[in-house]
Design a protein around this ligand. Structure first.
Ligand SMILES: [Zn+2]
Length: 364
């Protein structure tokens, strides 16, 4: 049973194939409007995210399928204390595929362990949001025509921005990619993300606190929100945020074919005047998202003809049960106490273990 929890669950060949299918759906929508007839997608949204839920529901309906589900914990069994595992055992009997969003990190992994149908992670706390990354990748291939030999600037909250971490992980797999990390000191990319995806692979990168200084080098500028609540004082926030705001003035220094992306919704990190610039792609991005989700649903239901064969990477690291306790307050184990505490060795030298659900690292 194939699930999509993390974008890296898909090989680069599978991503290419998915985007090929999404392109074909975009060009010939009528060809696909019955392919999921009599199939049911369950959208289990333990926290509301109207944008994401509608994009999945629209995708399934456009394929001729049906949708059922809930949004918000208050309307579901979660408020009565039912575990994710129990809910999934039940829903697996009602639906052919599940898209799940949950405020706790690792909840979709628990779902995948108990599901008899494919589970798509539609966002788990600050952890992963792979269909956003698929949308980003489709935008890049469409607008730039390739994934390799690109200089990608990521600007804003690189510390907490999960879409940024996933995009770096996905793009680091292509030749000649270079990253420019633009953020205030306090919101820099976490060291372990930098190590895992960039430095350990010998990929070139630079860090900057000023968008203005580096914008001229970029092929892609990926903007993210800076959330006010991340800062101690209002003054600190105001001082830092200006360095990471994209203005029409700054766009004058950018390459004529640079593209601007943003996972949306934006707050004020992109000036409205930039919207009319031909290089602004963030509204198109949402449009691509629908087609790539359609392709993904087809893939997981086994409906893509001649799909790329999948060979799972062999993971020989044993799981250690009951020795460590996850200290991440956002981990699914923090609310579901009956889940076994399970860890895998992440770094032998420093004896660092990683929670199998939320992937938080900890050492003895
Ligand atoms: Zn955990």
């Amino acid at each position: 049973m194939r699930h999509l929890i993390n974008i890296l669950d898909l090989s680069v060949d599978e991503i290419d194939k998915l985007i090929d299918v999404a392109d074909d759906i975009m060009a010939n929508p009528d060809k696909y409007n019955e392919v999921c007839r009599h199939k049911i997608l369950a959208t289990l949204f333990y926290e509301p995210s109207t944008r994401t839920r509608l994009s999945f529901e629209s995708a399934m309906m456009s394929l001729g399928g049906n949708v059922l589900g809930f949004s918000e914990a208050t309307s579901s069994s979660a408020s009565k204390g039912e575990t994710v595992a129990d809910t999934i055992e039940m829903v697996s009997g009602y639906a052919d595929i599940i898209a799940m969003r949950h405020p706790k990190e690792g909840a979709p992994i628990v779902a995948a362990m108990h599901s008899t149908v494919s589970v798509i992670n539609a966002g788990d706390g600050g952890h992963y949001h792979p269909t956003q990354t698929l949308t980003d990748l489709m935008t890049i291939r469409h607008e730039k025509g390739r994934f390799d030999n690109l200089t990608i600037g990521l600007c804003g909250d690189l510390k907490f921005g999960r879409t940024v971490h996933s995009l770096i992980g996905a793009m680091a797999r292509y030749e000649g990619v270079r990253f420019v990390l633009i953020s205030p000191e306090a919101l820099r990319l976490p060291g372990f993300v930098k190590h895992e995806y960039i430095t350990s692979k010998g990929i070139s990168y630079e860090e900057s606190e000023s968008l203005e200084e580096v914008i001229g080098k970029l092929d892609i500028l990926y903007m993210t929100r800076i959330q006010r609540e991340r800062f101690v004082s209002e003054d600190e926030y105001l001082a830092l945020k200006d360095s990471c705001i994209l203005t029409a003035e700054k766009m004058k220094s950018a390459k004529p074919d640079m593209i601007v992306m943003h996972p949306l919704p934006r707050v004020n990190e992109i000036e409205v005047a930039v919207d009319s610039d031909q290089r602004a792609c963030y509204f198109k991005q949402a449009h691509y998202g629908r087609y790539v989700r359609m392709a993904l649903i087809m893939k997981l239901l086994g409906l893509i003809e001649n799909d790329v064969p999948y060979t799972p990477a062999e993971d020989k690291k044993p799981i250690v049960y009951g020795v460590y306790t996850c200290r991440n307050p956002r981990c699914i184990t923090s609310i579901e106490h009956e889940l076994p505490q399970a860890f895998k060795l992440a770094d032998k030298e420093n004896s660092i273990y990683r929670c199998v659900y939320c992937e938080t690292r900890q050492n003895r």
